[in-house]
Design a binder for this molecule. Structure first.
Ligand SMILES: C[S@@+](CC[C@H](N)C(=O)[O-])C[C@H]1O[C@@H](n2cnc3c(N)ncnc32)[C@H](O)[C@@H]1O
Length: 941
């Protein structure tokens, strides 16, 4: 029996919800606990589990209605989630008319409400034959029916823990595991703390409060954050400085010296007689002057060159300053640069706060500099002991990493603690020493602090939405970037980092999570059995988890070993699955074979991955096939950008591939498989089109293409062998470049079928008459007119139509800015008339493609080119259609009359292109096409 997700998935609504959740930034449920990369939206996990549990009935529309009710994503559910202020302003009828993405803009997220209404539960239970009043009850009852127990959901690559967390929250038994102990810690903490209910949260809060109070007392006693004006330092701004050859003073480095946009404050530098150090002044400037500073006035680092602040014509390259030998490598006990080092460090501004909460920016005075020196001294006194106890990092940064190599090269840093100022090490170390021994759940605090306060955290002077300046995270992207200026936090600014992470509303915790387990194991070695495995493997995702997580592991290190003696406190980089080569494929097959062994025959798997390149996923399909799985469905959810706006720009789709165990392993034969694939692709597309027809569009081009792949996989993966060839053997067979396996050929054929089934609206009548290149060109224009700009999609489409070189047809081939040529844009030579080609392609003169490709232009043999030429002629003749019409009549002779209707349809279609958003380039050619179409319509023999 099929489940809901094997027949349909509400892609548009789910994309909108996933996007909203991702955009919630800091108020996402789990992100507050600690940094992890590539987290999956909780709503997507919830929807997936429920879709795998809910049986499909013979009434798909009703199934969909009920499924949306369970998620509170039906019309009534969305309305109920609306904030009261919105409900007062809008009527339900008006609300329902809005596109879904707009409706939910002012709604609570589904995870933050108590669940379906009483009325909705009545309908859900009636349809499903259940007696549930809550999600955990429903999950329990559906699980009982299929598996005879509460469903057990596992994730072998659990990362930040989204999958086990959401599984536990809606009432499944949850299991999460990751190779990386930082991921293990975050997953365990999310389940234990957020799922522990108020009692656990209160207990942790108490420990955090007492730690904070003790740290506050100690820092006050040390006197390193207070001044004699009754103020306390909130933020410390540092910069690197260098003394290039020929310059007799140190130059402080910054790409901008603006400190506050809101208050128009900037730092300026003055020479000090008798000293080789410059003196900063921190003061507000006039509006007009501020504009110049914003425009990087006074910047001392521009395009990797150091600029003399007193003579803009003098500059030195940073590369050259580092010297041919590279920088001195810091040793473990270095916490600040040595006087002989190229790059020095200095503080140039402090943000103070008084008892009334008023802020003041000032350059540091002698007392403040003494405070800095004291912090260094206090740290030195504790350094050895704190490293031994693991309150501050002591690990070396692994050499040769993709991410970490630049730390050595750009700063000479060799140990993780080099990424922190003495003040940061002192304060973080103090907090760790006070907290760690008291509660395991305080461990992630150290990681959050490290992310919020390091030599890599930058000062953001911009005023965003009226809010003031802020300090960025260490990981503002997926890399460890060194900066020339950076900012550190005083204890009052550290407070929110510790405390604002554990908020969870009553509604969010649907129940206390009592059945979950977290481990830290290589996915090849897992021995747990789960009914559903939902995984998000590190597939070609370019994130070096093990290297990035080492930054945190350095802080957890010894404490983690004490708190979780069974875990290995190491990133075990050699076992991390990464890349997309042969080794990667082998590891993946091993892992998925293992998971498949550890699931019941009626169990299911979902493999999620966020793809940059749509082609990679056919490869993943092969891996899963070789692992003994068969595909039953695939859906793409847009998780990274607005799906409500179904535009291609920068959309990141997460593919959700649904799989079951291949039990029978029957042999199949390719010649039988082809027609089956054809039927399946057509059936799949027809069912999606039927769902698309009523109401909001649910699927876009990429979805249909993916569905075609999935349909092919569905047919193929039923078999263990095709024409006697074993799938595992095929996956690993050594092939010449561009040589395809038979299996790949079938998958590509499926795409071809899909491409042919999807005819742009209005072109049905003439479609069959067109050559493959013409169909490709028109379909590519079709997706362009709907906002698609990703190059991968244009290439994928080309594969479907069997077009090998699309370059001559592209106006732009930017990764996220791909566009097709207009008739005017296609080079004149390529459109010049070539008579007799249609009847005899061999008569084609040796026209060449673009610069050295050697291949003939793909349009050279296509009749559409004549139409394009006629459009150009029309436009060139100031929209007089005569030359264009005459050209067509001359070219086609008597055949013109038979082709005329088809020409008109095509011209009208091209004429409408300019109406689409973002297609202004078509204005001239579309108008010419419209006029020419009118002329052809009135033509008489
Ligand atoms: C894409 S992330 C998972 C993100 C997670 N789904 C979330 O929502 O936060 C992939 C994970 O696989 C882990 N990983 C890599 N190689 C592994 C292996 N051999 N065994 C187990 N986990 C591994 C990485 O540490 C990383 O956390």
């Amino acid at each position: 029996m099929s489940t809901f997700i094997e027949t349909q998935f509400p892609i548009a609504r789910l994309s909108a919800e996933s996007y909203k959740e991702r955009k919630a930034g800091a108020s996402q449920t789990l992100t507050g606990l600690g940094k992890w990369w590539g987290r999956k939206p909780l709503i997507l996990v919830r929807a997936s589990i429920l879709g795998m549990l809910m049986p499909a009935s013979s009434n798909p529309k009703k199934d969909r209605e009920i499924y949306l009710k369970i998620l509170t994503m039906d019309d009534a559910g969305a309305w109920d989630r609306c904030k009261p202020a919105v409900q007062r302003k809008t009527s339900r009828a008006t609300f329902d008319l809005l596109p879904y993405a707009e409706r939910i803009a002012n709604c609570e997220r589904p995870e933050n409400v108590a669940g379906p209404s009483v009325a909705a539960w009545a309908e859900i239970n009636a349809h499903l034959g259940t007696q549930a009043k809550s999600l955990p009850e429903l999950v329990g009852q559906l699980g009982q029916r299929t598996f005879g127990h509460k469903p057990r959901v596992g994730d072998s690559f659990c990362g930040g823990g989204s999958i086990p967390f959401e599984a536990a929250r809606i009432g499944c038994e949850a299991f999460g595991s990751d190779l990386n102990p930082v991921a293990g810690l975050l997953t365990w903490a999310s389940l234990t703390l957020l799922g522990g209910g108020k009692a656990v949260q209160d207990e942790v809060r108490k420990v955090q409060e007492s730690t904070f109070a003790a740290a506050d007392q100690q820092i006050t006693a040390w006197g390193i954050e207070h001044n004699d004006r009754g103020e306390r330092a909130e933020a410390f701004l540092y910069c690197v400085e260098v003394k290039p050859e020929g310059c007799d003073y140190y130059i402080p480095l910054a790409p901008s010296w603006v400190i506050s946009e809101r208050h128009r404050i900037v730092a300026t530098w003055q020479k000090v007689p008798g000293s080789n150090r410059l003196q900063p002044t921190v003061l507000p400037v006039s509006e007009s002057e501020f504009k110049i500073y914003k425009d990087t006035k006074g910047a001392t680092i521009v395009n990797s060159r150091v600029i003399d602040p007193f003579d803009a014509n003098r500059s030195w390259s940073v590369e050259a300053l580092r010297g041919s030998e590279g920088l001195r490598r810091w040793s473990n006990d270095d916490v600040v640069p040595r006087p002989s080092d190229v790059f020095q460090e200095r503080i140039y501004c402090i943000r103070w706060m008084n008892a009334k909460g008023e802020r003041r920016y000032a350059a540091p005075d002698a007392v403040d500099l003494a405070g800095e020196a004291k912090a260094l001294e206090l740290l030195r006194e504790r350094f050895v002991e704190w490293q031994r106890e693991g309150f501050i990092p002591s690990k070396a940064i692994p050499e040769g990493g993709d991410e970490t190599a630049r730390l050595y090269r750009e700063r000479g840093w060799t140990h993780w603690h080099h990424l922190f100022t003495p003040r940061q090490l002192l304060v973080h170390g103090l907090i760790s020493s006070l907290a760690h021994t008291k509660h395991r759940l305080c461990l992630p605090d150290a990681g959050r602090l490290a992310n919020a306060d390091s030599r890599l955290t930058m000062w953001n002077w911009r005023s965003v939405a009226g809010r003031g300046e802020a300090i960025s995270q260490t990981f503002s992207n997926q890399a460890l970037n060194t900066n020339f200026c950076y900012a550190g936090r005083g204890l009052i600014y550290i407070k929110p980092i510790i405390f604002d992470s554990t908020a969870i509303s009553d509604a969010t915790a649907l129940a206390t999570f009592d059945s979950f387990k977290v481990s830290c194991v290589d996915a090849r070695d897992l021995r747990e059995t789960c009914d559903f495995w939902i995984t998000d493997p590190p597939y070609a995702d370019a994130v070096n988890y093990h290297e990035l997580a080492d930054f945190f592991l350095a802080w957890y290190d010894k404490q983690l070993a004490k708190a979780f003696p069974e875990w290995i406190p190491d990133a075990r980089a050699e076992l991390a699955v990464r890349g997309d080569g042969e080794d990667f494929r082998r590891s993946m097959v091993e892992i998925y074979q293992n998971l498949t062994r550890h699931m019941p025959d009626n169990g299911m798997q979902m493999v999620m991955f966020t793809h940059q390149d749509p082609a990679v996923w056919a490869d993943l399909g092969m891996i899963l096939w070789a692992s003994g799985l068969k595909a039953t469905a695939a859906w793409t959810i847009s998780t990274e950008t607005s799906a409500g706006i179904k535009k291609g720009n920068y959309v990141q789709g997460t593919v959700c591939l649904v799989l079951r165990k291949r039990i029978a392993n029957e042999p199949g034969f390719l010649d039988e498989v082809y027609p089956m694939v054809e039927d399946e692709v057509k059936r799949q597309i027809a069912s999606m089109q039927a769902l698309d027809e009523d109401g909001e569009p649910n699927f876009n081009d990429a979805d249909y293409q993916l569905a075609a792949y999935a349909a092919a996989l569905k047919v193929l993966t039923q078999y263990g062998k095709l024409d006697g060839k074993d799938v595992e053997h095929e996956v690993f067979a050594v092939r010449a470049r561009n040589e395809k396996s038979d299996f790949q050929t079938v998958i590509e054929r499926a795409l071809g079928i899909a491409c042919d089934t999807l005819v742009p609206r209005g072109l049905d009548a003439s479609w069959r008459e067109l050559s493959l290149v013409e169909r490709y060109y028109l379909r590519a224009l079709d997706i362009e007119s709907r906002g698609e700009r990703r190059k991968g999609m244009y290439e994928e489409l080309a594969r479907g139509f069997g077009v090998t070189d699309i370059r001559p047809l592209l106006k732009s081939d930017k990764a996220n800015g791909t566009r097709m040529c207009t008739p005017a844009g296609l080079a004149a030579s390529l459109l010049a008339p070539v008579h007799g080609v249609e009847s005899n392609p061999a008569a084609l003169p040796a026209r060449r493609g673009r610069a050295g490709t050697g291949a003939p232009h793909p349009f050279a043999v296509s009749p559409l080119r004549h139409l394009m030429f006629a459009i150009r002629e029309t436009a060139a003749a100031d929209n007089s259609p005569e030359p264009g019409r005459q050209y067509l009549r001359d070219t086609f002779g008597q055949a013109y009359w038979g082709k005329r209707e088809g020409f008109i349809a095509l011209l009208e279609w091209l004429a409408a292109l300019a109406n689409a958003e973002g297609m202004t380039e078509w204005t001239t050619d579309s108008e010419a096409a419209r006029i020419l179409a009118g002329r052809l319509r009135n033509d008489h023999a």
